[in-house]
Design a protein around this ligand. Structure first.
Ligand code: FE
Length: 349
């Protein structure tokens, strides 16, 4: 089903050094998973993999930046087999840093839409999306009309002057959105958009996505951008303060008639110097299976990448159906440098 580049050579080297009597091709039944995810449902996700394959999962969990730093300092001696990160911006950076080993898997290619993974070449594919999140618009129901904020472009128009809040422009979520807008509208239009956003700010960019939602509820901001799972998390919460926040805000799926809502991924790949590359690739295939897709997406209120897999998540049901952009996450990665340059030029903090 899958072919891992240079597997035989690597295994021969490892076995030669450590276990000369073991049969060539045998691999210790374990993977070292470097993951930026840490959700309750992940326990069941990994336990099911071990049950089905006998392969143990050693988890190293940290946030994306800490994992990338660790991989950098470990270099070629890294014990990492699988790397899971969130956002195409970070996956692309990890690819540029040489953290991934390309793999060829017909199963992964068949299951995961081509626009939700890195571009394949003769060597294979470096990283794959396993769940999707959308960058959605939230607005204050008292001060803003949904029709005035139903496209990304409108947020940058004079009608929304003094109303817009976002997190820092150079955060991966904003860099990826701008990367997608470059792909959709061209660099010039993307720069005017970023300029318009800066002109419309209610306050200097700060905080995370949940902070933007809360600031919209309090009235400090009229409209803001958030990844869908932060909104879904608040919608599922029974805490009185979260219920109060949700009661004051509305949400809009942006650009439903013009290119769709911006989509990003959580995903990963096999590590460049994986000691257990076969098991690592097997784990990635497992993540694209029907049962794992449900757990993976549900853990963070996201959507599966495999189209036939259905989720039963009340908050996602409430968000309803939407039209997603068709932009490839690989091109969003490639546009990162252009996006950062635009942000610097327009002074988007
Ligand atoms: Fe996040």
């Amino acid at each position: 089903m899958l072919r891992v580049k240079s597997v035989s050579l690597q295994i021969a080297v490892i076995l030669g050094l450590q276990a000369p009597l073991m049969a060539v091709g045998a691999e210790e039944k374990v993977i070292n998973l470097y993951s930026a995810r840490h959700y309750q449902t992940d326990e069941a996700l990994y336990a099911n993999f071990t049950k089905a394959t006998g392969i143990k999962v050693n988890r190293i969990e940290a946030d994306d930046n800490a994992l990338i730093e660790r991989l950098n300092s470990e270099g070629s001696k890294s014990p990492a087999d699988v790397i899971l990160l969130v956002d195409a911006a970070r996956l692309w950076r990890a690819q540029v840093n040489g953290f991934f080993m390309p793999i060829k898997s017909k199963y992964l290619d068949d299951r995961i839409p081509a626009n939700l993974r890195a571009k394949s070449d003769a060597e294979g594919t470096t990283w794959f999306g396993f769940s999707t999140r959308a960058r959605i618009v939230v607005y204050n129901k008292n001060t803003v009309k949904p029709d005035d904020v139903n496209t990304y472009e409108k947020l940058a128009e004079p009608i929304n002057k003094g109303k817009v809040c976002t997190r820092s422009g150079s955060h991966p979520y904003m860099l990826s959105l701008l990367g997608a807008l470059i792909e959709r509208n061209g660099e010039k239009a993307a720069e005017s958009w970023a300029k318009g956003m800066v002109a419309n700010m209610a306050r200097s960019p700060k905080g995370g996505d949940t902070d933007q939602i809360k600031a919209v509820a309090s009235g400090e901001c009229g409209v803001a951008l958030t990844n869908s799972y932060y909104l879904a998390r608040l919608m599922r919460s029974t805490k009185p303060e979260d219920v109060a926040v949700i009661s004051k805000i509305g949400f809009v799926w942006p650009n439903q008639k013009s290119g769709g809502v911006h989509i990003n991924i959580a995903g990963g790949g096999v590590a460049k110097n994986a000691p257990h590359p076969k098991a690592a690739a097997q784990f990635l295939e497992y993540l694209a299976s029907d049962s794992a897709q449900t757990y993976f997406a549900d853990g963070n209120n996201e959507w599966p990448v495999v189209a036939s897999v259905r989720v039963d998540n009340p908050a996602l049901k409430e968000l309803g159906p939407y039209i997603a952009e068709k932009v490839s996450v690989a091109s969003i990665g490639l546009n990162q440098i252009a996006a950062q340059k635009i942000l610097d030029r327009v002074g988007y903090k």
